[in-house]
Ligand binder design. Structure first.
Ligand SMILES: *Cc1c(COP(=O)(O)O)cnc(C)c1O
Length: 366
């Protein structure tokens, strides 16, 4: 938290709007739209809720298929299963670690050849790194399949100068406690399509028909964001650019000090179109060259009371998704085997960073 958050929260108390409706909610939505350049926003109880509603709005139903990145957090995939649809998992490209466009096209062709209905594509911008959006949007349009961008980790990231979430039909954000800005728990669905966002608000408030009594013609959800939490979000949006700067400074520090070490590698922005918020700084360890494995580094840091964590375990390796159709090339398996997320908090001091760095160097010097 930076400071202004509590003022906005106090405003919710002053107005006595302790509900999933109120001036903070409206203003938070306007601020997100102004920041991302995407016309309409609905703030929700979580990013997962956003993906769920996004899939419903795009017409995903029981028996349909949805293509999704395999290298992601389970929340990108779970809502597909909530709807009785089948996730089709697609592996990563080596450059961005996000969905490989070549495999995406192969997956669309192969599933269609088998007579399956591919209703949507969920593209994840993992760790804040933009996916290859020009290729992905080109392929998606060619086959007429709508794209949902899971930008849960990527607020502040841009591709070709445009914010992530603005390329697909629908974008999703998360404000969970670990994300680049947070409302403790929360998310958003945003789109240039007014009807999509109106429908998200409708479904997120129990799908109440226009009537003086309670009347329902659709199944609804309790997915709206509280006016209290939206106050936290308004305070956080004042410092989003600062947060991106802080996260990018973490990456720069680690890379400048570790980038030349044998067997250590960072994921780079492939060209000038890519701008990552560097939500987490991640590192790949090649045990043959570095002389240590990812696991050894992880455990050694833990001994120093430094928290690090393996990269996301790909969805095709998860017991719950192991029977899903998958289009694989070995990239995400290798990332999971070799990759570690380094401490990346926005509030890391120079001393904190130096301590982590010294501890990492000590592991490889042994
Ligand atoms: C955090 C996250 C989500 C889910 O967001 P919640 O707000 O926690 O529901 C979805 N996708 C990715 C890639 C995430 O990191």
């Amino acid at each position: 938290m930076e400071g202004a958050e509590i003022e906005y929260v106090k405003r919710a108390f002053d107005h006595n709007y302790i509900a999933p409706v109120g001036p903070n909610v409206d203003e938070f939505e306007e601020v997100i739209s102004a920041y991302t350049g995407v016309k309409y926003t609905a703030v929700l109880s979580s990013g997962t809720a956003g993906i769920h509603l996004g899939l419903i709005i795009l017409g995903v139903e029981r028996g349909d298929e949805v293509i999704v990145s395999s290298f992601t957090f389970s929340a990108s995939v779970n809502p597909i299963v909530y709807l009785g649809a089948t996730p089709v998992l697609v592996d990563s490209e080596p450059g961005t670690w996000n969905m490989d466009p070549v495999l995406l096209e192969e997956a669309i062709r192969e599933r269609r050849r088998l007579g399956k209905k591919v209703k949507a594509i969920v593209i994840v911008h993992l760790y804040g790194m933009p996916a290859n959006m020009s290729e992905i949007i080109r392929i998606a349009s060619e086959y007429g399949i709508p794209v949902i961008e899971d930008a849960a980790e990527a607020l502040g990231s841009r591709y070709d100068g445009k914010h992530l979430g603005s390329f697909g039909k629908i974008g999703i954000l998360s404000f969970n406690g670990n994300k680049i800005i947070t409302t403790s728990n929360g998310g958003a669905l945003f789109s240039d399509n007014k009807e999509h966002v109106q429908k998200a608000r409708f479904l997120a408030t129990q799908a109440r028909d226009q009537a003086p009594h309670y009347q329902h013609s659709h199944i609804g959800y309790n997915y709206r964001m509280s006016n209290v939490l939206a106050g936290i979000g308004l305070g956080q949006m004042e410092v989003i650019d600062l947060r991106v700067e802080q996260r990018r400074a973490n990456f720069k520090f680690y890379k400048e000090n570790l980038g030349l070490m044998d067997g250590l590698r960072f994921v780079e922005e492939p060209d000038e179109r890519y701008f990552s918020n560097r939500w987490l700084t991640t590192i790949l360890i090649d045990p043959d060259k570095a002389g240590k494995t990812r696991e050894e580094l992880y455990l050694a840091l833990e001994d120093e009371n430094i928290e690090s964590r393996p990269l996301w375990k790909p969805m095709h390796q998860q017991p719950v998704f192991s029977s899903c159709p998958a289009f694989l090339n070995g990239i995400s398996d290798a990332l999971f085997a070799k990759g570690l997320c380094l401490p990346s908090g926005s509030n890391m001091s120079d001393t904190d960073r130096q301590f982590v760095l010294d501890s990492i160097i000590a592991v490889f010097d042994k």
